[in-house]
Ligand binder design. Structure first.
Ligand code: GLP
Length: 241
């Protein structure tokens, strides 16, 4: 793993943004996986600003998000589809058919999982995955305990995140919510992974994931085995290394 430490959050956001821009410039038909959340919002805004100041041809780029909520409409502002579309795809003129996302409603999510994987493969396979890390080391929505050989599946959500979604959407307590996520095996098959984390609240889990044992208790620790994984941190997230 190649660990890169940005001196502050602003530098982190710019370095992360340029990773995406560079990927699209070097390989115009890139297939790029993103993550939603606090870590990536500024990065997506800066990618959009760079593109708008210096437009280039994005007609061959494919974008997907590593995960998506299930059983909520795509129009919910917290769906990954809505966030990536408004934060990035619309701003970069990514063709709608090049935005690969599973549906949020289905009578057969197993089928949707296979379709999602196949759509990414058909586009050429993932070249770059910008990968966030959860407070407990989850990647995508693969929570602690998920087997490393997991393929795309519908997982329970992070309980903290689920509580927030339930509060925002006012769905009944017994209404099923879940998270369709690329499995750990799918993520590991990406040609290049950039694990991104910023802020003091990520420092402890970053230390465990990068320097601790490789264990399903900390899903992100599997990235120690990836042959082409960069870790981009701000100084706060790197403070315990
Ligand atoms: C959620 C998403 C992940 C993301 C993680 C970190 O669980 N499903 O893909 O990486 O949160 O989010 P944040 O950047 O807000 O800390």
């Amino acid at each position: 793993m190649n660990i890169i430490i940005a001196e502050n959050e602003a530098r982190f956001d710019h370095m992360a943004a340029w990773t995406i821009i560079s990927q699209m410039l070097v390989k115009p038909c890139s297939v790029i996986g993103l993550s939603t959340g606090q870590t990536t919002m500024n990065m997506h805004r800066i990618v959009s600003e760079i593109y708008q100041a210096n437009p280039f041809n994005t007609s061959q780029v494919h974008i997907f998000n590593v995960d998506e909520l299930t059983n909520l409409p795509r129009t919910y502002s917290g769906s990954c589809y809505a966030m990536i579309k408004s934060q990035l795809c619309d701003n970069l003129n990514i063709p709608e058919e090049h935005f690969i996302m599973p549906p949020t409603f289905s009578s057969d999510f197993d089928h949707e999982c296979r379709e999602f994987e196949q759509a990414i493969e058909k586009a050429g396979g993932a070249d770059l995955q910008m990968l966030g890390i959860g407070w407990n080391g989850h990647i995508g929505i693969n929570q602690p305990g998920t087997p490393f050989e997991s393929m795309t599946w519908v997982s329970p959500m992070d309980p903290v995140f689920e509580a927030r979604v339930r509060q925002e959407t006012k769905v009944a307590e017994d209404y099923p919510l879940g998270g369709l996520t690329l499995g750990i095996k799918n993520i590991m098959h990406t040609r290049k992974i950039v694990l991104i984390a910023k802020g003091k609240q990520k420092a402890e889990i970053v230390k465990q994931a990068l320097l601790g044992p490789i264990t399903t208790d900390i899903p992100a620790s599997v990235l120690q085995l990836h042959p082409n994984c960069d870790v981009l941190l701000d100084a706060d997230a790197a403070s315990m290394l």
